[in-house]
Design a protein around this ligand. Structure first.
Ligand code: C2E
Ligand code: CA
Ligand code: CA
Ligand code: CA
Length: 274
């Protein structure tokens, strides 16, 4: 039994080593990714449901790893946060997104995801205003998407930063709405411009009774608070019909377009821009 236990432990330990080694390699490679131009921004359109026109595009970072190919942000953003690299990467994303959007026709907005760690850095407001100034993008065209972790414990410092960002004239969206514990409470602490219902509530529409009830309630809250309501992860016409019936303002998902390279956006805007 003892030998078994040791054997089990050894196998487990070896597994951990492999995992940690892979993560360590990822850290080293990520450190060089920015300088080596391996990061790229893709964009995914958000469609205004009353006009069926693109209202904005969300910037989604991509990493072309020299050996591994495309690495999903779901895999490397956590590593970037752990190492602090999210600060330079986040700044690059902001600058590049504003730069790209300033070249789009019409008043098409651009949405940028912010990590909670970017709020700890101290320079976020300056980084955002510099990105706006350098690109010449009108502040009202920039939307910053934050998740509930930014609001955790009614974090006073972060609320203050959000207010300063708002004073720059940018829009603040709550992303992945409904996945945390206190989504509703946070709507009371800060006047968000937009809520984006997490795609987990969309995937089982139209059959999912619970999801439908929640999605309906969020649409109602948005209406009464004057907050733009968006859904993400719309993949089928049936899902779109369901969110349309609930009166959502905007939708995003593979049904309209996958995230595409920046070079493809002008074409999409010509076909379905504002
Ligand atoms: P998110 O902000 O919730 O972004 C939406 C994710 O859903 C994207 O995954 C997008 O490609 C995917 N998606 C869009 N439409 C559909 C659909 O119809 N069906 C399905 N199944 N998926 C859809 P992606 O690009 O892999 O990004 C994953 C997450 O990584 C993002 O989730 C965001 O949290 C994070 N992320 C991406 N770019 C950045 C960035 O520049 N900065 C930070 N801090 N986080 C980022
Ligand atoms: Ca997002
Ligand atoms: Ca989201
Ligand atoms: Ca999500």
């Amino acid at each position: 039994a003892k030998a078994d236990g040791r054997g089990t432990f050894r196998r487990y330990a070896a597994g951990m080593d492999v995992h940690m080694q892979a993560r360590q390699e990822l850290k080293v490679a990520l450190r060089n990714a920015l300088a080596r131009n391996e990061l790229d921004l893709f964009f995914q359109p958000l469609v205004d449901l009353s006009s069926s026109r693109v209202s904005s595009c969300e910037a989604l970072v991509r990493w072309r790893h020299p050996d591994k190919g495309m690495v999903s942000p779901a895999d490397f953003i956590p590593v970037a946060e752990e190492t602090g690299l999210i600060i330079p990467i986040g700044e690059w994303v902001l600058r590049t997104a504003c730069e790209q959007a300033s070249g789009w026709e019409g008043d098409i907005g651009v949405a940028v995801n912010l990590s909670p760690l970017q709020f700890k850095d101290g320079d976020l407001v300056k980084i955002v205003s510099d990105a706006l100034e350098a690109s010449g993008l009108a502040p009202s065209r920039l939307q910053l998407e934050i998740t509930e972790s930014v609001m955790l414990d009614e974090n006073e410092a972060n609320l203050h930063i959000l207010q300063e960002l708002r004073h720059l004239g940018v829009k603040i969206a709550m992303d992945d709405f409904g996945t945390g514990y206190s989504s509703l409470g946070y709507l009371r602490s800060f006047p968000f411009d937009k809520i984006k219902v997490d795609r987990g509530f969309i995937s089982d529409l139209p059959e999912g009774k619970e999801s439908l009830a929640i999605v309906r309630a969020v649409a109602g809250i948005g209406r009464s608070l004057g907050i733009t309501t968006t859904v993400e992860g719309v993949e089928t016409q049936e899902q779109l019909d369901a969110v349309n019936a609930e009166g959502f303002d905007e939708a995003q998902g593979y049904l309209f377009s996958r995230p595409v390279p920046a070079a493809d956006i002008p074409d999409i805007l010509r076909r379905m821009g504002s």
